[in-house]
Design a protein around this ligand. Structure first.
Ligand code: PLP
Length: 452
């Protein structure tokens, strides 16, 4: 008995406040304790093996056993385990990574600011946007638009950017000056007889109307993930970004591409912005930047923003922003090694090769009576389950259909993620093979069959 009381599960329930968990339910259900990992597999404390169909949280792109990343961290920690970038200090790995990111990113990025998570990256982006507009004498231009169902993190500003009710409700968010516009999900919000292109035009028209209603001189920036991830793997409709960018340009509104999920190969190009013809003014990256072996994120900014921020810091005496761990040497070293491996192993070509296989296998579920839409590209996808296929009516959210499918899939040995609207997401490590994709999808198919 005392063993049970002191078991890791009992202590977890007692001491750990879990992110994104029904904490009441957790007291009865208890945790899944993951102990070991290799490649695309993880193993729990009872010895059960699972394919990690989500690469953790859309992040362990090189899988779970990449020794070179372990070595890169260890080597760096022996040489210089910690240093910071405050007050003119620096170290060469941080310089190398900033240069590498600016060189490889689309949209003429001039400088990189380092943080530790996607949330901190987006929080920093918000602050840079405000600081920049004060710097260039446009203090009224402060409103930031993001999209319903967009996901940008959970700090106060980034949770405000996020467009999901559970990130706002009872947290008293969103904060002032952050507001939400249409979710461009054609399957859900396209009107009867409306083509995908016409829907994209309507989205852009609505955005223009909103900017005019708010007053163009008050709207500073628009945040968008190339593919909306945690909101349900929602792909932009054809011509969407082309039309949205024309509106933003017209009213001098900055475009921030949140590449936290899409960056580094996920969509079959190095960046989601390349897949969808996005030319951002700023970009946030995290997750696959280090294959998640150590926490690191970066905000990349264009020349004009870097210059504006620099001038203002000169005027004010300092740029009053930065984290203790901005550019942490070990995290930076792991990121540099990760980018080297992507290059050497041609990770983008690999995604181009195996991605269509995943997409084909997922589309086999289109015939299922409760599958409304299968969507995705590269190595990201989702299957949306609906109560009524003909009317697209969703299941009653209180029934937790997506969560049940996710739990059954876990019993069958594949870890996936239920996103809002009962869409089950797939985002496996980018190193996954066609055989492993088959194994993952076959296991998921057993879970779907057992529910039918
Ligand atoms: N932006 C996007 C697109 C994300 O998917 C996430 C996390 O899933 C974040 C930002 C927040 O990143 P983090 O959880 O590292 O704070």
């Amino acid at each position: 008995m005392s063993e049970l009381v002191n078991s890791p599960a009992a202590r977890d329930i007692k001491y750990v406040m879990h992110p994104y968990t029904n904490l009441e339910k957790h007291k009865e259900q208890g945790p899944l304790i993951i102990e070991k990992s290799a490649g695309v597999w993880v193993t729990d404390d009872a010895g059960n093996k699972y394919i990690e169909g989500m690469a953790g949280l859309w992040c362990t792109s090189l899988g779970f056993g990449e020794e070179r990343l372990v070595e890169a961290a260890a080597k760096q920690m022996r040489e210089l385990p910690y240093y910071h970038l405050f007050t003119h200090k620096t170290h060469v790995p941080a310089i190398d990574l900033a240069e590498k990111l600016c060189t490889m990113a689309p949209g003429n990025m001039a400088q990189a600011f380092f943080a530790n998570s996607g949330s901190e990256g987006n929080d920093t982006a918000v602050k840079l946007i405000w600081y920049y507009h004060n710097a260039i004498g446009k203090p009224e231009k402060k409103k930031i638009l993001s999209r319903i169902k967009g996901y940008h993190g959970v700090t106060v500003a980034s949770a405000s950017l996020t467009g999901l009710p559970y990130n706002h409700k009872d947290f008293d968010l969103p904060i002032h000056n952050i507001m939400h516009v249409d979710c461009p999900h054609y399957y859900r919000y396209g009107e009867e007889g409306e083509s995908e292109e016409a829907f994209a035009t309507r989205m852009a028209d609505n955005l223009e109307k909103r900017i005019l209603d708010e007053g163009p001189d008050t709207v500073a920036a628009f945040f968008a993930e190339p593919i909306m991830g945690a909101g349900g793997v929602i792909l932009p409709p054809k011509t969407y970004f082309e039309k949205i960018q024309a509106v933003l340009k017209k009213y001098d509104v900055l475009l921030v591409a949140d590449e936290v999920i899409c960056g580094f190969g996920r969509t079959g190009n190095m960046f989601g912005s390349e897949t969808y013809g996005i030319q951002p003014d700023m970009m946030t990256v995290a997750k696959a930047l280090s294959s998640a072996y150590l926490p690191i994120s970066a905000v990349l900014v264009s020349e004009k923003i870097a210059e504006g921020v620099s001038k203002n810091s000169g005027k004010l005496g300092t740029f009053g922003h930065g984290y203790t761990y901005s550019g942490h040497p070990a995290a930076v070293a792991v990121a540099l090694e990760t980018l080297k491996i992507y290059d050497e192993r041609k990770i983008v070509d690999h995604v181009k090769e195996v991605g269509p296989h995943l997409q084909k296998r997922l589309r086999e579920f289109e015939a299922h009576p409760h599958v409304g839409e299968v969507r995705g590209t590269g190595l990201i996808g989702a299957i949306e389950f609906v109560a009524d296929k003909a009317t697209k009516r969703s299941f009653d959210p209180t029934k937790g259909v997506g969560a049940k499918i996710m739990a059954t899939a876990q019993e069958k040995g594949v870890i996936l993620r239920a996103t809002p609207g009962d869409a089950i997401a797939f985002s496996p490590p980018l190193i996954i093979t066609k055989e492993e994709i088959d194994e993952m999808v076959d296991r998921f198919a057993q879970a779907v069959t057992s529910l039918a």
